[in-house]
Design a protein around this ligand. Structure first.
Ligand code: ADP
Ligand code: MG
Length: 149
């Protein structure tokens, strides 16, 4: 992973704004991983991202469904949360791999807890890492794997 940029946010709204601004710069066929502890702000980043694509849909953590799709913006957002995944095979059974065929991807993929599906995200992607500095400050580090697997 090569670091592209890092930003410190002071509250959830600023984290959402980072997601919102980033969303305005991307086209379809882009995969993001969201790394960070519980409560880091991964889902808030996605809330901003969906808003940035022009959708007013309510973004919630898809903890119990694995995948939420937001389709009312400029392009679909496939929001995965792998936190409760017991085994990589569960994701494979759900056809998770299909989302990483970037040429046929019609939207953007965002994956919370990519550590749970280690090895399955085998395409170029952008990693968003959110670290707690204190109760309200977060360091957001944006990195790219530069097309490596
Ligand atoms: P995750 O998806 O990483 O588990 P959430 O986005 O669901 O995290 O929740 C983040 C929590 O941290 C929220 O309660 C939010 O209000 C709080 N928070 C405090 N400061 C920040 C910040 N700078 N950025 C994002 N969330 C923050
Ligand atoms: Mg979350």
């Amino acid at each position: 992973m090569e670091e592209v940029l890092s930003i410190v946010t002071k509250n959830e709204n600023e984290t959402m704004l980072v997601g919102e601004k980033l969303a305005k710069t991307v086209g379809k066929g882009v995969v993001f991983t969201l790394v960070g502890d519980l409560g880091a702000g991964k889902t808030h980043f996605v809330k901003g991202f969906v808003k940035g694509l022009g959708s007013d849909e309510l973004v919630t953590s898809p903890t119990f469904t694995l995948l939420n799709v937001y389709e009312r913006g400029k392009m679909p957002v496939y929001h995965f949360d792998m936190y409760r995944l017991e085994d990589v095979s569960e994701a494979q059974e759900l056809g998770f791999d299909e989302y990483f065929d970037l040429k046929s991807l019609d939207g953007v993929v965002l994956v919370e807890w990519p550590e749970k599906v280690e090895g399955l995200i085998n395409c170029p992607h952008i990693q968003i890492k959110i670290e707690d500095i204190d109760s309200s400050k977060r360091k957001i580090v944006i990195a790219s794997n530069g097309g490596e697997k």
